[in-house]
Write a protein that binds this ligand. Structure first.
Ligand code: JCQ
Length: 250
């Protein structure tokens, strides 16, 4: 997978060189290119923003630097054999970024991130590229950041960990919260490891029983408990029949 990020804060994307994403890059599973948007400005102050038409507070990111940057990134990617690019625009007004969307994006060969600063990017930039390639405007949550770079780190990590071979234990993303399957979109329950007692706190007996059926049922009940407490909205969405089938098997 090829990832391009165009940003006025390239240093903000340094974390893409470490840990999980860093390893995937080292293995050649990810090909990451971070570009400074100001490389495509030509004035002394490297201007990337201007006042909003219609008035109002804040500034808007200008069309020309983005257009020149994206044309250049696309040309460079195509030249080096990348195909089927998609634009990812982090924005509070986008569609919710979910595990389902992370899975979908992890299957694409080339993602181009355009994190914005200020009040956002002149709409004509998205309109221009939406005419040529898929554009995903995604929100990582209902709050406003100073810029989209943190959202790029979030989306990149959620996507990279799904790439085959990136996560050590291939199964571990199957039981993620929100991952489809036995836990059917529920939150994960509590997890424990050694020592068996810590500051007089033990482990739920069932987990030491070696009885896999009971353990699976306990984990599902704990997931239901936690989801009911923290995310009742997910309860309606999950498919109760998924549990009945599991119960019959246990
Ligand atoms: C593109 O327009 C804007 C405008 C304002 C801020 C941002 C940065 O993204 C976020 O704040 C965000 C992303 N998901 N949740 C919050 C982008």
């Amino acid at each position: 997978m090829r990832l391009d990020v165009v940003t006025i804060f390239p240093e903000y994307l340094e974390p893409l060189n470490v840990s999980l994403v860093g390893k995937a890059r080292a293995r050649g599973q990810l090909n990451v290119h971070v570009h400074d948007l100001r490389s495509w400005t030509h004035d002394r102050h490297h201007t990337v923003d201007d006042t909003p038409y219609g008035g109002g507070p804040g500034m808007v990111m200008k069309t020309d630097p983005w257009g020149d940057a994206l044309d250049s990134v696309l040309a460079d990617g195509y030249e080096t054999g990348a195909r089927e690019p998609a634009l990812i625009v982090p924005t509070p007004s986008g569609r919710p970024f979910t595990q389902e969307l992370a899975v979908h994006l992890s299957e694409r060969p080339w993602l181009i991130f355009t994190p914005a600063r200020y009040e956002g990017i002149d709409r004509r930039v998205v309109d221009e590229y939406a005419a040529r390639i898929p554009v995903y405007e995604v929100s990582i949550g209902d709050y406003v950041l100073a810029g989209g770079e943190a959202a790029v780190l979030v989306v990149t990590e959620a996507v990279a960990r799904l790439l085959p071979g990136v996560l050590g234990n291939a199964e571990s993303h199957r039981d993620d919260s929100f991952a489809p399957g036995a836990m059917a979109g529920l939150l994960e329950g509590p997890v424990y490891t050694k020592p068996p007692v810590w500051r007089d706190r033990g482990i739920p007996e069932v987990l030491l029983s070696g009885h896999h059926g009971r353990i699976a049922r306990w984990r599902r009940d704990e997931a239901l408990r936690r989801t009911t407490a923290n995310r009742p909205d997910l309860i309606e969405r999950c498919d109760p029949r998924a549990f009945d089938k599991k119960d019959r098997e246990m």
